[in-house]
Write a protein that binds this ligand. Structure first.
Ligand code: PLP
Length: 435
């Protein structure tokens, strides 16, 4: 984007539309939507030209390449997508073929000998297991005492290798509960560790983990950033240019790049991400409030069929907006069903833009978890989340160690009243058919 010093720095929504804007002085009639080329290779400049002489300098700023050589290194659509992501996420963004490959990129950059993590997306645990094959890596719980490991300085990235990586997923899959990033960042840094955050469930404007001082942010862009259930992609973000360059170099070698088509789709989606996510978050908050009113001891709205009120259908609703805020509340909250997060804090500080549009409900009977997603009209029984269409999944189908009662809900862009009526009729039908 060309700077115009007459204007104040652009806001988030303006950045999403203009962070990759072509320079109209160089390209006076550029297309408004980006062009997309599928070419893997590019003509080399004449040997005596300025461009050929500057080719090596181009490697210093892969976020703004002077030219393209081969699409495993850079290509135009992908560079533009990363420029917009960098602007949105507040650091240097790199894209990958999926969210899981993005988490592999972080663990490969840090090369830890100790990884602290608990719960969250099972696939990331699998990635860390693959990383630890034939390596001496120990896994500890997020709340265990962290060891202090100096590690060995890697001159290309500037990162200390062989130390501690604290991996925090927040909000948490599948329940949408939040974890205290400031707390874990302090603990990780006190022991010379790095902290990486899987922020998939709450992209900006909901939260930005760099505000809590974390080292790496990762997203499955397949979810909210892509937002239309049609692109598989992942993103890593760092605020350190040297780390970014080193991770870019690694990606050039493993070739885990996002193709032109996927980059195009992701870029197109990013133009509207804040609008979508804000609306999805607002609708989810209303659904959570209403569903919580159906649990035991709560007052359901006038006219709600009695058979689905007072905990007869829904035992519990999980979401960061319902999380216990104090230690005393946490101790009172004896939840025999799932391991809940035990560190009480107020997630609204960390999520100033709103809570995650994805949350979970615990149905009274295990069988109900199986049927409810199939009796809805506007929620589709399917895995994944973050798209414009609402989805509902009995989570055990994807994560065998969840209990059958747990159903994850991804709120789309449909009207709140329709979504609420749909869940109400589906609950009634479930209770009626499977008493
Ligand atoms: C989906 C998801 C991933 C994995 O992303 P893919 O794009 O499917 O590889 C990682 N973390 C969380 C929290 C997710 O929801």
């Amino acid at each position: 984007m060309t700077n115009n010093s007459a204007l104040p720095p652009p806001g988030l929504e303006t950045q999403l539309l203009h962070a990759d804007q072509p320079n109209h002085e160089q390209d006076p009639t550029h297309p408004i939507a980006p062009s997309m080329s599928l070419s893997t290779t590019f003509r080399q400049p004449f040997p005596d030209s300025d461009l050929a002489k500057n080719a090596d300098a181009s490697l210093e700023t892969p976020e703004r390449p002077l030219m393209h050589v081969y699409s495993r290194y850079t290509q135009e659509t992908n560079v533009r997508t990363e420029q917009v992501l960098s602007s949105l996420l507040g650091g240097y963004a790199l894209t990958y073929g999926s969210g899981l490959s993005a988490s592999l990129a972080v663990v490969s950059a840090v090369n830890p000998s100790v990884i602290a993590l608990r719960r969250g997306y099972f696939g990331v645990h699998e990635v860390f297991k693959i990383y630890s094959r034939n390596r001496d890596v120990s896994f500890i719980d997020l709340d265990d005492e962290y060891p202090e490991i100096e590690g060995k300085l890697d001159s290309s990235s500037g990162l200390r290798q062989g130390g501690l990586l604290v991996w925090v997923e927040t909000p948490l899959n599948p329940t949408g509960e939040a974890r205290d990033l400031e707390y874990y960042t302090k603990r990780a840094h006190a022991k010379k560790g790095y902290i990486g955050v899987d922020s998939t469930f709450a992209p900006p404007p909901l939260q930005n983990p760099f505000n809590q001082g974390v080292d790496f942010v990762m997203h499955s862009a397949t979810k909210y950033l892509g937002g239309h259930s049609d692109v598989l992609a992942g993103v890593t973000v760092t605020r350190d240019h040297q780390v970014f360059k080193s991770m870019w170099h690694d990606r050039c070698v493993y070739g885990n790049v996002l193709g032109s088509m996927e980059s195009y789709l992701l870029l197109r989606s990013l133009r509207t991400v804040t609008l979508r996510v804000r609306r999805q978050s607002e609708t989810a908050a209303k659904l959570v409030k209403w569903l919580h009113s159906l649990t035991k001891g709560q007052q359901a709205p006038e006219g709600t069929p009695a058979s689905i009120t007072d905990g007869r259908a829904i035992h519990r609703v999980y979401h960061s907006s319902l999380q216990p805020l104090t230690k005393a509340d946490t101790e009172l909250d004896q939840n025999p069903f799932t391991k809940i997060e035990n560190r009480a804090f107020d997630p609204s500080q960390q999520m100033p833009g709103g809570h995650s549009p994805t949350f979970a409900i615990w149905l009274v009977k295990p069988d109900w978890g199986k049927y409810l997603p199939h009796y809805t009209l506007y929620f589709t029984p399917a895995t994944s989340l973050g798209g414009v269409e609402s989805l509902m999944e009995q989570r055990i189908l994807s994560t065998p160690d969840e209990k059958p009662n747990l159903v994850r809900i991804s709120t789309g862009l449909e009207d709140f009243d329709d979504l609420r009526s749909d869940i109400a009729q589906a609950l009634l039908r479930t209770l009626e058919k499977h008493p």
